[in-house]
Ligand binder design. Structure first.
Ligand code: PBG
Length: 311
């Protein structure tokens, strides 16, 4: 009766990996019970989860190595798997909120989120490219674009380009506070997108900093973001709390692949996965998150459905 924090189906955004083909539900060894889906089976899975209250999905494309290049050119093709998925999913489920990831790493041979020149990220050219990708997704009917690249100034530029192309209704969920984290490794396995040279520390944040996180929050808010993201979640609960205190925008927390994998690993050593999951999600919400992106969304939605009074 006096519990202060609860989970509801509305709190969750389910990330999905989608790839070309039919009848595919491929396992990922470092992410047990998370799959790479072909669109036909993904539609069935979304339909199943809609019955449990699924409100929103976030899509990541799995691009075969043969279609990757140095510039991520495949990202600009209207018939790539991500564009196709947006069209088909919005057609099947018009009131499902569809969020697309905006970054180059699924499409580049080097695995970086931006363009490289002499091993260095080229910020401004990357920003122009990202805005074109965002407009392309908007044309396919996406509800929210989520730039996860951490380039400077991209939120403002994407906003201006969306508005100029009559997509002022498309919102921006900015990965404002994204730390350079060891916890992204299973995600990079899923996409085969491990950086081939260097690391992402020149554009993602240093785990030692929190004031810098607040500067990122402030800048993205000024540039016109509609929602802000903090990522990863569990090692950064203080950052979620500080972000919550410093903005009136919704704060989204991403429980990333490595957090999910750690709990699966602990479960294989005897801990209860569902209890770990519940406690971690409650902690993230208690810290101040308005919404949570989690690979365990299917499981938690099913549990909530069976046991609605206990969440
Ligand atoms: C890349 C991106 C990453 C994740 C989401 N978008 C990985 C990275 O920055 O290398 C990680 C998500 C996860 O680990 O679940 N734009």
């Amino acid at each position: 009766m006096v519990a202060e924090t609860h989970l509801t189906p509305n709190d969750f955004i389910c990330p999905f990996f989608v790839k070309d083909g039919v009848g595919i539900r491929e396992t990922i060894s470092s992410l047990p019970e998370v799959y790479r889906w072909s669109l036909d089976l993904l539609i069935e899975e979304i339909r199943r989860l809609r019955n449990f209250g699924l409100k929103s999905v976030m899509l990541f494309p799995v691009i075969p190595a043969s279609l990757k290049d140095e510039y991520g050119s495949h990202a600009l093709l209207k018939d790539n798997i991500l564009c196709k998925s947006i069209r088909v999913i919005k057609d099947q489920f018009p009131d499902l909120c569809v969020i697309s990831d905006i970054a180059l790493d699924p499409y580049t041979t080097h695995g970086h989120d931006g363009l490289l020149s002499n091993g260095m990220i080229v910020n401004d050219e990357t920003v122009r490219l990202l805005a074109s990708i965002a407009c392309l997704h908007a044309e396919q009917g996406v509800d929210i674009v989520a730039p996860s690249d951490m380039m400077d100034g991209r939120v403002g530029y994407i906003r201006s380009q969306l508005d100029a192309s009559e997509h002022s209704n498309v919102s921006i969920l900015s990965y404002s506070v994204k730390y350079a984290s060891a916890l992204y490794s299973p995600f990079r396995d899923a996409l085969d997108s491990h950086p081939q040279t260097g690391d992402k520390k020149t554009y993602q944040m240093d785990c030692r900093n929190v004031l810098e996180a607040l500067r990122e929050v402030q800048l993205d808010e000024q540039e016109g973001a509609d929602l802000l993201m903090v990522k990863p979640a569990s090692f950064y609960l203080d950052v979620i709390y500080r972000a919550r205190e410093n903005t009136n925008l919704p704060v989204v927390a991403y429980q990333v692949s490595g957090e999910y994998a750690m709990m699966k690993a602990a479960a294989s050593l005897g801990c209860s996965f569902i209890n770990l999951l519940y406690e971690s999600l409650i902690s993230i919400k208690r810290a101040g998150a308005s919404l949570i992106v989690s690979y365990a969304t299917p499981l938690i939605l099913e549990k909530m459905n069976k046991n609605s009074s206990n969440y």
